[in-house]
Design a protein around this ligand. Sequence first.
Ligand code: FEO
Length: 164
Amino acid sequence: MLKKEIQSALNKQVAMEEHASRSYLALALWADEAGFEGAAALFYKQTEEERGHMMKFIKYVLEAGGSPVVSDYGKPLPRPKSFKNLFEIGLEHEKAVTKSIHAIAELAWKEKDMATFNFLQWFIAEQVEEEDSFQTILNKIGLIEEHGGSLYMLDRELAMKVGK
Ligand code: FEO
């Protein structure tokens, strides 16, 4: 049986993942409207992934004998000011998710809830990948800014990355 404090933290994470899914959909729409086909495809894919994360948390809470709740985490992420800002927003958001997941892991450890601590290990590893994915794109934008090149070429590469 989940302790109340842990269940509440897990349910807050359910809301955060749902918020991420919805926010990334808004970012995908921004990119689509701006004509950035690759970035749009990437964020549409992220939308699905975040929904998958939300479902993982919901299923775990159920399996652990708890009661999952889907609540509203808050307002969607800000509207991007540029192509680069799109990924800056994504990276900042992922950093916030990492911080939140680490805090739940610390709580689970403190409460000696090894099942929850173990469940969170997948997310801890996943967050390293998620942050790296956005950071790599920002690094490439930095290279283009510094050494020339075109955003079109970068956007094509993003499209290929997601098989579009
Ligand atoms: Fe569900 Fe991108 O963290």
